[in-house]
Design a protein around this ligand. Structure first.
Ligand SMILES: NC(=O)c1ccc[n+]([C@@H]2O[C@H](COP(=O)([O-])OP(=O)(O)OC[C@H]3O[C@@H](n4cnc5c(N)ncnc54)[C@H](O)[C@@H]3O)[C@@H](O)[C@H]2O)c1
Length: 453
């Protein structure tokens, strides 16, 4: 057999396994992205193996339990008991898989440079067990060129060639935690393969389990698509946050302005101000792009500017707290401040990069007596916020609201009883426009305060 015949027969064999769902599929990294994906593969009928270094997650899945709110326990239990889903911490299990999707974290270093260490260690583990005929797909958000310049050389170290002996693609994850309408299954999946054969196989894998697959010409384009999406959000949120600060100075409600502007049927899309960006994507991903373009002598000015504006928002919330307390002749120093909501957005439990942590840290530094309530976050451990001590969520009761000198709404969970909060809190700083009525004790971000002295 010639080289090209053998690579095309490897591709045909895998394609056949994917379309008949007899392929053994695997997901490396079973977090917010990887677990929902593994469950969708299992639902589509594939024998699915999840690989994660965290033995607690592996054990939970093998007991049939989910640790992610968007993935019901019942799904994990159904697929583990029917042996369609199985988790392991053994990377050697990768050898028997036909496809491997990489969903490991891509954080930033303190210097805002990309930290690809998780991707590199996952790819090195895969490289050790790589065999002809396997498909590897990177899903972790990263800068354009990662698949070609970082992943491919590691996988090719032992002589196998991408597009000939094994297949390689990038497909950005677009999961939106807490969104019940748009899920892993029905959000279109963008795919870019290293070669047309790679793209065809990645399409076949996703088509079996995800409603719509959108093919682009290369991994580089697919990597850039994700960064456009998240930069679009970061920049527009930065714009509207700056507008909120302008409205604050001008005595105009930014919330009323956005609502009225949103009545324009074309050419406008509402974004809302808030206490700052959080989570694993929007505050981080654009900096992967700005870092990469520095290599080609380009300065990503919108990204840097949005980063400055959004990064300052927690401090504006703290300024509002100072303004609110001042109206009661009090200072932040020594006041009891109750923060409502610490996850980075409503109705989820993830508080990574949450602006609430910066709001809390700044107030702790100014001497506030801090407490918080979040129905989804029982504790903020010392290691996870700059305050440096464990803080546990307190129950949200009329007594707790009445005891606080100021209540700060950082994350507007739907389950909060805002009437009860308004009735019992002495002072409220509302960074999300969660309290709809004007009242002298409510100080909103980006709006004139009725009670301003
Ligand atoms: N969370 C989101 O909303 C979201 C949305 C879109 C894209 N993303 C991107 O998806 C990627 C994963 O994010 P996430 O939120 O799922 O992360 P996560 O932290 O929730 O999960 C990552 C998992 O990978 C495991 N892991 C780390 N290194 C590993 C290794 N070498 N081998 C095996 N397992 C390893 C960790 O133990 C963890 O369970 C990131 O690039 C992120 O930017 C996240």
């Amino acid at each position: 057999m010639t080289q090209s015949t053998s690579s095309s027969s490897l591709a045909e064999l895998l394609h056949e396994k994917l379309t008949t769902r007899t392929a053994q599929v695997g997901v490396v990294g079973l977090g917010y992205v990887g677990l929902p994906l593994a469950v969708e593969f299992a639902r589509a009928g594939f024998q699915t193996t999840g690989v994660d270094l965290d033995p607690v997650k592996v054990a939970a899945i093998n007991r049939g339990e989910s640790y992610i709110r968007d993935v019901p326990d019942s799904d994990v239990a159904t697929f583990t008991s029917s042996r369609r889903l199985h988790a392991t911490a053994q990377t050697s299990d990768i050898a028997r898989l036909d496809t491997i999707n990489i969903c490991v974290p891509t954080p930033l270093r303190k210097t805002k440079d990309p930290d690809l260490s998780h991707v590199v260690s996952a790819v090195e583990a895969i490289a050790q067990h790589l065999r002809p005929g396997q498909l590897v797909v990177l899903e972790s958000t990263t800068y354009p060129g990662t698949t070609d310049e970082v992943v491919r050389p590691i996988l090719e170290r032992r002589g196998l060639r991408a597009g000939e002996d094994f297949f390689l693609a990038f497909s950005p994850e677009r999961v939106d935690p807490g969104n019940a309408t748009w899920t892993t299954k029905n959000v279109p999946k963008v795919v870019g393969g290293t070669t047309p054969a790679c793209a065809r196989l990645a399409r076949a894998l996703y088509s079996a389990s995800i409603d719509t697959v959108v093919e682009v010409s290369s991994p580089r384009v697919a990597e850039m698509v994700k960064l456009l999406e998240n930069t679009f959000r970061a920049v527009n949120i930065g714009l509207v946050n700056e507008l909120a600060l302008m409205c604050d100075r001008l005595g105009i409600s930014v919330w009323e302005v956005i609502d009225a502007a949103s009545t324009k049927p074309f050419g406008f899309m509402p974004f809302y101000p808030g206490p700052g960006l959080g989570g694993h994507c929007i505050p981080i991903d654009p900096f992967y792009l700005s870092w990469k373009v520095k290599e080609v002598g380009f300065e990503a000015r919108f990204i840097e500017l949005a980063g400055h504006v959004n990064g300052a928002m927690p401090h504006h919330v703290v300024d509002k707290v100072g303004e609110a307390l001042n109206s009661h002749r009090k200072s932040i120093n020594g006041s009891g401040v109750l923060v409502l909501g610490v996850s980075y957005k409503r109705d989820i439990e993830d508080f990574r990069e949450s602006p609430a942590l910066d709001v809390m840290a700044a107030m702790a530094l100014k001497g506030a007596r801090l407490s918080f309530h979040d129905p989804y976050v029982p504790i903020v451990p010392a290691r996870d916020w700059p305050g440096g001590y464990d803080v546990a969520s307190v129950p949200l009761t009329p007594a707790a609201l009445e005891a606080a000198d100021c209540v700060v709404i950082v994350t507007d969970h739907k389950v909060f009883d805002y009437d009860m909060i308004r009735k019992h809190a002495r002072l409220i700083v509302d960074s999300r426009n969660a309290i709809k009525s004007d009242a002298t004790n409510v100080f909103k971000l980006g709006a004139p305060s009725v009670g301003r002295t």
